[in-house]
Design a binder for this molecule. Structure first.
Ligand code: EPU
Length: 335
């Protein structure tokens, strides 16, 4: 069976199983253990952050757990539990309509709610972990249920316990978000405030729906639509390096963008800028190419295999390492 992935790569698995509740997931896991003992199991979302280097030799699981349930609310805030199989952007749109705020800047990020909690998706100064209260999951090995408070999820930049020590061990079933009933726009990222002003709005007059639309417009202008051209959003993480390293680089490249991080003495660089300076923006290697409007995105020009994409990834990494002495780390998970 073909495995869904936004890179548009043809990859197959032994069986693809979808489930729509904790109960049907447990039944599926029992059947897998009986019918396919020893075969590996991979849990995917919408495949928007995966690169298949070949066919997957085991079983692929996908959540269709839906539902949005209010757990607790006051005049000021709300705890809302969302099924892992809900589409993240649909939930964000609904939350704004219902007057629950905090996720506007994450608008239009592809993928499901469960994957958002695994990947700690982020954009324009907001990360999923800023609004996650609790994550629930079921063990793929013994079907027991577990829950993790946000602090237990070890969230970092595109990082979580589910991508590290718990990778491949749990299916995320539901995520509880802590949202506010008062809209406070977060406009500190890059040129966001300028873009707001260019549209004739001000920080005070801006509504959450208008901010969502601005974010959607920025993303559409820069990022290729996977339905038109296969891609997985940012292919690499923005590297985090020491202040000392940055100062040395700035002496040679004074215009290099760099951003403070929460960790003292650590600075985030823009991988897109490094890749562009290394000459790769808009360039192809076989059927894989670097997007011409955002060098952090690798696209499938048509018919690429995972290995074609990997070859381009390695060529970029090698040139960026030669030019800047920086090792780029993929954000996309290689399978
Ligand atoms: N830049 C270039 N050339 C490029 C691309 C970027 O010089 O081709 C420079 C820009 O001029 C800017 C800086 O790099 O100074 C940052 O660019 P941008 O604001 O476009 O964001 P990014 O760092 O490239 C990150 C996330 C995106 C997220 C945006 C906005 C990562 C790996 N990527 O990209 O997330 O949408 O910020 O918050 O952190 C994703 O994870 O899939 C993703 C799209």
């Amino acid at each position: 069976m073909r495995i869904e992935n936004t890179f548009g790569i043809d990859a197959r698995c032994r069986e693809l199983i979808t489930y729509d509740s904790e109960q049907t997931l447990r039944e599926a896991l029992t059947r897998i253990r009986n019918q396919y003992p020893g075969l590996p199991v991979l849990h995917i979302g919408c495949g928007s952050n995966l690169l298949f280097l070949g066919d997957y030799p085991g079983i692929v699981l996908k959540s269709e757990i839906k539902g949005i349930a209010i757990k607790h609310e006051t005049a000021d805030e709300i705890l809302v539990e969302v099924g892992a199989g809900e589409i993240c952007d649909d939930f964000i749109a609904q939350a704004i309509r219902r007057g629950w705020y905090g996720m506007e800047n994450l608008s239009l990020i592809p993928g499901q709610i469960g994957a958002a909690a695994v990947q700690n998706i982020g954009a324009y100064g907001v990360e999923a972990c800023d609004v996650i209260e609790e994550v629930k999951g079921i063990s793929l090995t013994d079907s027991t249920e577990h829950s993790w408070k946000c602090a237990d999820c070890k969230y970092g930049y595109r990082q979580s316990i589910f991508k590290e020590e718990l990778w491949g061990k749990y299916a995320i079933t539901r995520v509880t978000f802590h949202l506010s009933k008062h809209f406070v726009p977060k406009l500190q990222y890059g040129g966001l405030i300028k873009t707001v002003e260019q549209t004739g709005l001000t920080e005070n007059s801006l509504t959450a729906m208008q901010l969502r639309q601005i974010i959607i417009d920025i993303r559409r202008a820069k990022l290729p639509d996977p339905a038109v051209q296969g891609n997985a959003g940012s292919f690499f993480k923005n590297p985090i390096v020491s202040q000392q390293n940055v100062e040395q680089l700035l002496s040679e490249h004074p215009t290099m963008p760099n951003f403070p991080t929460e960790e003292k003495g650590k600075v985030k660089l823009a991988a897109g800028w490094l890749i562009e300076q290394a000459g790769w923006k808009g360039k192809s290697l076989g059927p894989a190419a670097v997007h011409d409007r955002q060098a952090l995105v690798i696209v499938n020009k048509g018919g690429a295999t995972g290995k074609d994409i990997q070859r381009l990834c390695e060529a970029i990494r090698s040139d960026v390492a030669d030019k800047f002495g920086i090792e780029l780390e993929p954000e996309v998970n290689f399978i």
